[in-house]
Design a protein around this ligand. Structure first.
Ligand SMILES: [Zn+2]
Ligand SMILES: [Zn+2]
Length: 252
């Protein structure tokens, strides 16, 4: 039977503050799973309040990736990426930092808005305000032109966290705006499988939004497990690839 090549473009190694996994152990696991490509996406944080602030060491990371490439060459394609915590207030700093560095891809992820974690916001403000703020921040991240991939678009997960009965259709116009700008800027939408491993049991964004994106011309897709542990590498990706088949996407 034809088996789609497995790929995972969002894994964290010990070059992220919140992972202990070596690049080597992750590569070995990926090979064991018959993965075609592995994309490291270690955290880069610009917010001094974040525990990961100043943690990422570009030279050490580059050396570790090059080393892994020399060991696993012709068994696995290894991509050197990063996941940047995007906040509009740090955009200038980020641009300056990225200037003299080379990556195969950069994921832009909105985790905080003005230093407040997005998953805490539904407890503090109306869901309409939170969604509008989140959508604006994601739009800023797209317009920054710094990123190849928009990481874990979480509109429907934020709704799920809110008190209100979950009804994504109320927010379809905001979602449409985000997706249209992504398409116009040739950006990849990440399908992140991390919350398949939680009680939420859905991808970010969830399957209906992936379908909505595809129906509106969104063809560029990236898939990632957001693994922080070696055992999490590749989890959920095969199901996502199967789901994506009918949309005929271009996968990063
Ligand atoms: Zn993230
Ligand atoms: Zn991540």
């Amino acid at each position: 039977m034809y088996k789609k090549a497995l790929r995972d473009y969002h894994v964290h190694s010990l070059h992220s503050i919140d992972s202990q996994s070596t690049i080597s152990a992750i590569c070995q696991k990926a090979i064991e799973l018959e993965t075609k490509e592995i994309g490291f996406a270690d955290h880069v944080d610009f917010d001094p309040n974040d525990s990961g602030y100043n943690f990422f060491d570009y030279n050490a990371y580059t050396q570790a990736i090059n080393n892994a490439r020399s060991i696993y060459d012709n068994k696995l394609i290894i991509r050197k990426g990063i996941e940047v915590d995007y906040q509009y207030c740090f955009e200038k700093k980020l641009k300056k930092w990225a200037q003299d560095k080379e990556f195969d891809f950069i994921i832009g992820s909105v985790h905080y808005i003005n230093h407040e974690h997005i998953y805490q916001l539904p407890k503090k403000r109306s869901i309409e305000t939170v969604i509008q703020n989140y959508v604006n921040e994601v739009l800023y991240s797209i317009r920054s032109r710094l990123f190849d991939i928009i990481g874990h678009f979480a509109l429907d997960y934020i709704l799920y966290l809110g008190e209100k009965k979950r009804d994504e259709s109320n927010f379809i116009s905001q979602t449409h705006n985000v997706f249209q700008e992504m398409v116009a800027n040739n950006m990849y939408l990440e399908i992140n499988t991390k919350y398949l491993r939680s009680v939420y049991k859905e991808t970010l964004p969830s399957s209906w939004l992936i379908k909505f994106h595809a129906e509106n011309g969104g063809q560029l897709i990236s898939v990632g497990s957001d693994a922080h542990l070696v055992e999490e590498v590749g989890l959920g990706i095969r199901n996502v690839l199967d789901y994506l088949v009918s949309f005929n996407p271009i996968i990063y």
